[in-house]
Unconditional design. Structure first.
Length: 364
């Protein structure tokens, strides 16, 4: 549904996106991660036709965003980081305007507006002016305009920014409910959100892809050895560490925490070997109490930090398999774009944003 090949964007001597390649299948939710300035937002703006690439190719629904921009935009819903609202309009007036801009059939406009407001849970704000909305409600109105024309592809840049915990949960549920019927690219700095919502993750650093895979596969490939956490209740004189280290398959034992007679151990063992029964047997046979035994996995935060803080991050991404690919963030590149005169929610040209794609304020 989305295919990006060797996408590059330069601002003078600054390369914001450098040879990015990835693919998103129909109905998939793809998490798009990277530190500030990595090129994420720039990549998303290229995909939505908001700005051109220096080189490379991008297809949305089989249509080239550079050579067939209107067809690509008709199939794309875009929520930018700052929702493109007109403060003088009420929520309903704004969505009716966006529906006309996006080419929704006149007979279906009101029904589509009502449906999008219901899905985004903003029906109670229909008569309120956009200038009077809280940040959370502005974000939800932006999401409503993105799904208004029932697009095949949704590109969401920080969709839960500014929402309270209840609204965040509702928005996550909405995004998950849209999967299958829609292909979704989700950019966010809330890493647990990616783990909960996305089937695959793309991580980019300095404009280059460093990894693309499922969170579970990334964990297995980066973590190397398997790790377990064991909590044991034993006399202070007992040499629990030595007993655990003697279990076949154990390659390392480290004290993780200790309180009174209770000690937690992190145990590294050979991959593809389940030693939990042997560990439990070694503990119980010595008369010690086995309080906890569970696998340890790298969190998405740890994966993100490992891939984006190493100078050899690109090599680590390549090691993650033939699918390895990563995207670019746009906070730093947005500043470069602003200097270049091409960025900003009010700076889009009419050809890029009005025709078939959205309002003149970045509604794709």
């Amino acid at each position: 549904m989305i295919e990006v090949q060797n996408l590059t964007k330069r601002y003078g001597r600054v390369t914001a996106v450098d040879g990015v390649t990835f693919r998103v299948e129909k109905g998939e939710i793809l998490g798009f991660l990277g530190p500030n300035g990595a090129g994420k937002t720039t990549t998303m703006r290229i995909l939505t036709g908001y700005m051109p690439a220096t080189s490379g190719k991008a297809l949305v629904g089989g249509f080239d965003v550079f050579h067939q921009p209107l067809e690509a935009k008709r199939r794309t819903g875009y929520l930018p980081e700052t929702p493109p609202l007109y403060p003088e309009m009420t929520v309903r007036e704004y969505l009716l305007f966006v529906a006309r801009i996006k080419g929704v059939a006149s007979k279906a406009v009101r029904a589509q507006v009502d449906t999008s407001m219901e899905k985004a849970r903003i029906a109670d704000m229909a008569s309120r002016h956009c200038s009077k909305l809280s940040k959370g409600y502005r974000q939800r109105v932006g999401l409503a305009q993105a799904i208004l024309h029932n697009p095949d592809v949704l590109i969401l840049d920080e969709p839960t920014a500014g929402l309270d915990p209840k609204q965040i949960m509702e928005t996550r549920d909405l995004i998950k409910s849209l999967a299958g019927d829609h292909t979704i690219v989700l950019s966010t700095h809330i890493l647990p959100e990616v783990a909960q919502v996305c089937q695959r993750v793309v991580i980019i650093n300095k404009g280059k892809v460093v990894a693309i895979d499922t969170p579970d596969n990334l964990t297995g490939k980066l973590q190397g050895a398997q790790s377990l956490y064991v909590q044991v209740d034993a006399d202070s004189n007992a040499d629990v560490a030595a007993a655990l280290d003697a279990v076949p398959g154990v390659t390392g034992v480290r004290v993780a925490d200790q309180r009174n007679t209770t000690t937690g151990f992190e145990i590294e063992c050979q991959r593809e070997q389940d030693i939990r029964r042997d560990l439990a047997r070694a503990i119980v046979s010595n008369g010690w109490g086995l309080l906890e035994l569970r696998p340890l996995r790298m969190s998405l935060e740890e994966i993100f930090l490992q891939l984006t803080t190493q100078e050899t991050g690109a090599a680590a991404g390549g090691a993650s398999g033939s699918e390895a690919a990563t995207l670019a963030d746009g906070d730093g590149s947005d500043r470069a774009a602003a200097d270049d005169g091409t960025a900003g929610s009010r700076g889009a040209d009419n050809n890029g944003d009005q025709a078939g794609g959205g309002s003149t304020k970045e509604t794709a």
